[in-house]
Structures are given as C-alpha cells and as structure tokens.
Design a binder for this molecule. Structure first.
Ligand code: ZN
Length: 237
C-alpha cells in the first residue's frame, strides 16, 4: 500500500477506496493518443486489471502524442508495447491484451470481464459501435473524443443517462475525424476520462452523467452541456 499513500491520503479515497481501485477491472478501447494517457493514469492509480484492445502496430507518426510507446517500439503491436510500459510503471496491475478489431461477434467474451469501458478509439464507426456494446451489455462507458484543439467527454450509464445515439441520432459513421492531434490536448481529454473512471469505481457521483463536457483548448473554455435521453433512441429508449 506504500505505493498508494498519496491516493489514500485523499479523504474521499482512503484505504477502502484504494482497495476498490485495486479490485477494479477497466477495459481501455484503443492504445493510441487517448489510450496512452488513460492507461498510464489508471496504472499509476493502481487499477487492478486493465484490458487493452488495439489491432494496430506502432508507426513513427504516432509518437508525437502516444507516449505510452517508445521509439524502439515502432513496428510492434501497440497492445504489447503498452503492456510492457504498464509493467515497468506498476507490476501490480494485471494486463490483458486483445490485438483485434472489436466487432458485433467478438465483444461479448471480452466485455463481460470488465466493470467499465473507456472509449479511446479514433473513428466515429468504432465509437458508435462501442456505445452500442455498452448499452447491450449494460456497462458504464466513458466516452472521449479529440481533434486539434477541441475535445469532449461524457459518462454514459446505460438506461440511466443518455447514450451517444441519444445525442447524435443519425451519425455519419464514414465521416473522418480531422487527424491533427497535439499531445497536451489529447492528454487533457485522456486525464478527464481516467478521472471519471476512478470516480465511478469510488462511487463518486459525476457531473458528466447526463452532461457533455466540451473543451476548446485554444481559448481554454470548458462547457458542460445538459443532454437528455431520447425517447426515439434506437438503442436505449
Ligand atoms: Zn440512447
């Protein structure tokens, strides 16, 4: 427990809260920019088990922001280099890797083993699929997205708070998210995602349940927009 003394010193955590963190199982979907910050924050905090999903290998152009990986990892599966980094940071964390693309046929056996899903994917298609999986399996989902200087985060508790399809009923799944990404902006969003996961595990009510936090990092404006569950939602109504 010495490792976690500064967590335990926080009144809202304490020893009981740290034990909850150490027993928690979190599935991180995507080991790229958002995944780097989310995974390292969760591993440092002492999350008991972290699942990693990503089918990609590391490319040199990823390294401007995906700092869980190292230059020597170029060409390696991201789930494997991320696992190595976690084990160097905190060998007490159990890491499970899934070098695959999540789809309608393979999610059940993976997702059922975890308490919380975190969206660190980088395409609309994969983000909305993850939302569908969270609703179908009734797992809390921390959604995050980032592009250039803008980002957003929300916490989805299926059938209790609005899902992504409540907010965006007819998404263009083939649209491309602008690919410019700057490390501090990505990690601002990633840090909030990790924070929200930790709060969920500790049982601390989040202001992002039923709200979409939008961040303009250029002007440093943070807006929390109230969102409502849709009676017409094809997934969760
Ligand atoms: Zn919905």
């Amino acid at each position: 427990m010495e490792r976690y003394l500064r967590n335990i010193a926080i009144k809202k955590i304490g020893e009981a809260g740290q034990e909850r963190l150490c027993k928690a199982r979190v599935l991180v979907c995507g080991c790229g920019g958002l995944g780097s910050g989310v995974i390292l924050n969760l591993a440092a905090a002492g999350i008991g088990a972290i699942g990693l999903i990503d089918s990609d290998v590391l490319e040199v152009s990823n390294l401007n922001r995906q700092f869980i990986h190292n230059t020597e990892d170029i060409g390696k599966l991201k789930v494997l280099s991320a696992k190595e980094r976690i084990q160097k940071l905190n060998p007490e964390v159990t890491v499970e890797t899934f070098a695959l693309r999540l789809n309608e046929n393979n999610y059940q056996d993976i997702v059922k083993e975890y308490d919380i899903i975190i969206d660190c994917f980088d395409s609309y298609k994969s983000k909305f699929l993850l939302n569908e999986i969270a609703v179908k399996t009734n797992k809390p989902l921390i959604h995050g997205g980032v592009s250039e200087f803008c980002g957003q985060v929300t916490v989805i508790i299926p059938h209790k708070t609005p899902c992504l399809r409540c907010i965006f009923p007819e998404p263009d799944l083939e649209a491309k998210i602008p690919e410019g990404n700057l490390s501090p902006v990505v990690n601002l969003i990633a840090s909030i995602e990790a924070l929200e996961a930790i709060k969920l595990i500790l049982g601390i009510q989040s202001p992002l349940q039923g709200h979409l936090l939008t961040i303009d990092a250029l002007n440093l404006t943070f807006k929390s927009l109230k969102i409502n569950s849709s009676r017409q939602c094809v997934l969760c109504s």
